[in-house]
Design a protein around this ligand. Structure first.
Ligand code: NI
Length: 160
């Protein structure tokens, strides 16, 4: 278990496109464990590998209140989306800030799990938002590009 340093907005690793994971290795498993630890430690609902400086297509998400239902997505791809939601979004790489972003209200993603088996994940509301937000990171996009209006200062701890 290790907490990794979260890269912040302005770091060029955050604007690069990540590479597909071709095979699971002990090193990649360790990365995923560390990403989970880092996300939970920072109270985030999601974290993408480039946020800890690794340009691989891996994200972890946990939108559960109990913080014990991690979703691990390797080489994820959104295959279906519908509806629309507008709401506040934040990012562990942009500490202390948040902004209003419009996202689909439903998405379905396909990905691989830690054993490189295909999985499908469906989500609405916060989970749909988290999937979109984290997958954007894998292509070098940060939510601030999509914010409607101004970035605001966070009053409560509510970051993705
Ligand atoms: Ni983020």
């Amino acid at each position: 278990m290790a907490i990794r340093n979260i890269r912040e907005y302005g770091d060029e690793v955050l604007v690069k496109k990540c590479k597909e994971v071709k095979e699971m290795t002990p090193r990649t498993r360790e990365l995923i464990e560390d990403m989970l630890d880092t996300m939970y430690e920072a109270n985030g609902v999601g974290l993408a590998a480039p946020q800890v400086g690794v340009l691989k297509r891996i994200v972890v998400i946990d939108v559960s209140e109990e913080r014990e239902e991690p979703i691990i997505l390797i080489n994820p791809r959104i295959v279906e989306s519908s509806g629309e939601q507008s709401g506040q979004e934040g990012c562990l790489s942009v500490p202390g800030k948040c902004g209003i972003v419009t996202r689909p209200n439903y998405v379905k993603a396909v990905a691989l799990d830690v054993d490189m088996n295909p999985i499908e994940v469906e989500g609405t509301e916060l989970l749909a938002r988290a999937i979109c937000h984290e997958l954007d990171h894998l292509d070098g996009h940060i939510y601030v590009e999509k914010v409607e209006g101004e970035l605001m200062d966070v009053v409560m701890e509510e970051e993705e």
